[in-house]
Design a protein around this ligand. Structure first.
Ligand code: ZN
Length: 234
């Protein structure tokens, strides 16, 4: 088996491997994906806060209505001038008025509390909105940078792939299949020479039985790094 062509193929393919790695490990990619998450999170928070604010506003409206009803009732009591009330009835009327007044006080305090709750929620809502916008802007910036890198790398990869197709024609299909199968694991390089008694991919020393097999067949899969060790009898 002529290993030269396969090694030539592997060397060319390594250029693709490096380009793919550059794209995959892009810092811009990491940032834009991160910002996508941040934006989603901030948006969910905004929606939840909006819901919360609307519920609080409904509570406020209910209290306001109760307050106004009490107020009207009190006004109506005070407007009714009735001279013929007994002392007992006057006393009852006064107690009723006082109790309504005290209700009104409690309601007013509750309404003030709710108003301050709404303000707190609004502040949080504005924070979430600002975070969303910041994340969106950062996402856009880094996504564009990443896409520019991709646009630069992809044509290069396509060009090398064409060269690989030509090279492939001169290579034994069995080895090519093995190569492609291992290539998917991204454990590069795939074919490595035996160096003395060691796998040159991972530096593991081969047991003498394996060494014998390798020298006999010319190839052996390394048990440690799963690369294909080749041996050339020169
Ligand atoms: Zn190895």
């Amino acid at each position: 088996m002529n290993i030269e062509k396969l090694l030539e193929y592997q060397k060319k393919d390594e250029e693709i491997f490096k380009l793919e790695k550059k794209l995959e490990s892009s810092e811009d990619k990491r940032i834009y994906q991160n910002m996508e998450e941040h934006a989603k999170e901030a948006q969910n928070k905004s929606v939840a806060l909006e819901k919360q604010a609307s519920m609080i506003a409904q509570d406020y409206e209910k209290l306001k209505k109760t307050f106004e009803d009490n107020q009207k009732y009190l006004d109506s009591l005070e407007k009714k001038v009735q001279d013929n009330l007994s002392e007992e009835e006057l006393k009852e009327r006064l107690e009723l008025s006082n109790s309504i007044l005290s209700n009104l006080n409690i309601l007013e305090k509750k309404m003030m509390n709710i108003a301050s709750n709404i303000n707190a929620v609004l502040t949080q809502f504005n924070d979430a909105k600002a975070r969303y916008q910041a994340a969106k802007a950062k996402y856009k910036e880094h996504k564009e940078k990443f896409e520019a890198l991709r646009a630069e790398i992809e044509p290069k990869v396509a060009e090398i792939k064409k060269e690989l197709e030509t090279l492939e024609k001169g290579i034994d299909k069995r080895f090519m299949d093995k190569y492609k199968q291992k290539r998917a694991d991204k454990n590069f390089p795939i074919f490595v020479p035996l160096r003395d008694k060691f796998c040159s991919g991972c530096a593991m020393e081969l047991p003498s039985a394996d060494l014998g097999k390798l020298k006999q067949n010319g190839f052996l899969e390394c048990e440690n790094c799963r690369r294909i060790i080749y041996y050339e009898d020169k």
